[in-house]
Design a protein around this ligand. Structure first.
Ligand SMILES: N=c1c2ncn([C@@H]3O[C@H](COP(=O)(O)OP(=O)(O)OP(=O)(O)O)[C@@H](O)[C@H]3O)c2ncn1[C@@H]1O[C@H](COP(=O)(O)O)[C@@H](O)[C@H]1O
Length: 106
């Protein structure tokens, strides 16, 4: 499997320039950040339901929708995947439990 989130982000960037009548990505971005955020939220809820139910094909399909709509929503606010990956990389310096403890007591 060679397709990555970075490839999807590049595809989103490319399609963002298309006429809105030819591209879901362009249409979503033309609606502005609140519209992209709302769509991401809807897809997230659909994934939550699929995960609660436990059927594998809908989980995979809804997770794909969530990742795509997350990238579009981030783009609508000028945040790139690199920004998010840098934050995740920074967090590898400590465990999630240690980070939570430092927040609760700091
Ligand atoms: N991965 C996706 C992807 N996943 C989901 N979707 C679209 O997201 C939309 C959401 O579907 P829903 O049924 O939830 O919503 P809807 O009822 O159609 O919309 P509403 O009227 O409810 O807002 C559908 O139109 C899906 O096709 C996607 N659209 C695009 N991509 C990727 O983006 C690329 C560019 O797509 P275009 O921008 O459309 O050219 C594609 O080649 C894909 O790689």
């Amino acid at each position: 499997m060679t397709f990555s989130l970075a490839d999807l982000e590049a595809r989103v960037a490319e399609r963002a320039e298309a006429p809105p009548e030819q591209s879901w990505t362009a249409r979503l971005l033309a609606g502005g950040p609140p519209r992209a955020a709302k769509k991401f939220g809807e897809e997230a809820v659909e994934l939550v339901i699929a995960l609660a139910e436990g059927e594998r094909p809908p989980i995979v399909a809804e997770a794909a929708d969530v990742l795509y709509h997350l990238l579009v929503a981030l783009r609508s606010r000028g945040v790139g995947l690199d920004d998010v990956m840098l934050e995740l990389e920074r967090r590898t310096a400590q465990s999630g439990l240690a980070e939570k403890a430092s927040r609760n007591h700091g």
